[in-house]
Design a binder for this molecule. Structure first.
Ligand code: CP3
Length: 369
């Protein structure tokens, strides 16, 4: 496609959902994948972390019948909830419906979701014997075969409309669950583990990293067109500790991934880590709302893409405030190639579907070029 034809596109045909758009561009030319490659786009692509979830009445209806883990393990239902926000909101990418904790099962660590408290790891990893017992090679294509089946069904269901993002949890974030036994505020046991026996910590991180790379490559082989690594709780670390205890493991994952597939490296909580995260890998860095996106991008350099970073709270603010906040993010990105609009972290369950739809429409319209 010539650049001129791309830009000459009628405004009304610009929304990724419009038949005119899908008829005209193959999915390799999708706005999202183009932004991943830092190529020019007719408008800024947007997707929303946790775009399938409890804020949707349809999701809540499905969840009233099956548990969260059952939902993750049922490819028909996982496919249904993955496609829902694509149809409902007009976002520019789908994200596989699954959870970062699923990989703990084939690793032999295990997990459960309790009714009120969220994730629980009944047998936390605390000793050398615990690390020793962790499975060396998980063969994700088989042990997490239900995820690969979901990926295949989602790709078929999307039928080229928008690309599919696969994902996994990053090793520090996964280790924090495995060691604490669940969610945590200060990560005391994780840090005690890390600071007490560096060799054992590295052994644990190596096993997790190997499994994560295998899992992501299996998702790519099944049809995921981009992958995101969620290091949601990495902000608990200082830059020096990140560089010493985490960065080499992150780098080993990025170095093991199937070449040519866009990789989003997402982290929250400590802006000082972003340059170190970039050095570890990722074609796009996902940043939270605690930073100014443009300033952070200047600091990282424009040889990497950036994703983010509206405060999720803007979606529960009055509509004019929501639009102003979206405009501020777009202005901060300055229309540069390589910006993917997202929230700085997951959408709140309190948000209405109408508000998210208004955001998606506004970003498409306000960023049209
Ligand atoms: O983004 C998407 O729409 C794709 C699906 C997705 C889920 N979890 C579904 C989910 C993704 C990408 C995740 C990643 C995930 N899971 C992360 C990293 C992203 C982040 O938000 O930081 C983390 C830390 C987890 C672990 C996890 N899963 C926790 C702590 C919880 C309980 C808290 C909560 O928000 O409910 C979950 C449950 C979970 N994962 C839900 C969904 C839709 C809610 C489950 C329900 O239906 O009750």
């Amino acid at each position: 496609m010539s650049g001129r034809a791309f830009y000459a596109l009628d405004t009304r045909a610009r929304a990724a959902n419009s038949p005119a758009f899908t008829a005209r561009y193959r999915v390799t030319d999708s706005v999202f994948l183009r932004a991943c490659r830092r190529e020019p786009v007719p408008y800024t692509p947007i997707w929303i972390m946790r775009q399938a979830g409890r804020y949707q009445p349809e999701y809540r209806a499905i969840r009233s019948k099956v548990s969260f883990v059952e939902l993750c393990k049922n490819p028909d239902l996982a496919c249904e909830v993955t496609l829902l926000p694509v149809e409902q909101l007009g976002v520019d990418a789908a994200i596989l419906f699954a959870d970062i904790l699923l990989v703990l099962e084939p690793l032999g660590i295990g997990f459960e979701f309790t009714k009120d408290d969220g994730p629980n790891i009944p047998h936390p990893v605390r000793t050398a014997a615990d690390v020793d017992r962790i499975v060396e090679d998980i063969h994700a294509a088989d042990s997490l075969g239900y995820v690969m089946e979901s990926v295949k069904r989602i790709r078929a269901g999307l039928n080229g409309k928008v690309p599919l993002i696969g994902f996994a949890g990053a090793p520090f974030t996964l280790a924090s669950y495995a060691i604490e036994g669940g969610g945590s505020k200060n990560y005391p046991k994780t840090k005690q583990f890390m600071l007490t026996d560096e060799g054992l910590w590295n052994a644990l991180m190596r096993k997790l990293s190997r499994a994560i790379a295998d899992y992501l490559n299996a998702q790519i082989a099944a049809g995921a067109q981009a992958v995101q690594l969620f290091d949601s709780w990495i902000g608990a670390l200082s830059p020096a500790d990140y560089a010493r205890y985490v960065q080499p493991h992150m780098k080993s994952i990025f170095d093991s991934l199937t070449p040519g597939i866009p990789t989003i490296h997402f982290g929250t909580g400590n802006p000082a880590l972003y340059p170190l995260m970039k050095a570890a890998g990722g074609t796009t860095i996902g940043v939270d709302w605690r930073v100014d996106l443009g300033t952070t991008w200047d600091l990282l350099g424009h040889d990497v893409g950036i994703m983010g970073n509206m405060d999720p709270a803007a979606l529960i603010a009055p509509r004019e405030v929501l639009k102003r906040r979206a405009d501020e993010v777009l202005a901060s990105a300055g229309g540069r190639n390589g910006h993917i609009f997202n929230l700085g972290h997951g959408v709140f369950p309190e948000v209405t579907v109408d508000a998210v739809r208004a955001l998606v429409d506004h970003v498409h319209e306000a960023s049209a070029r």
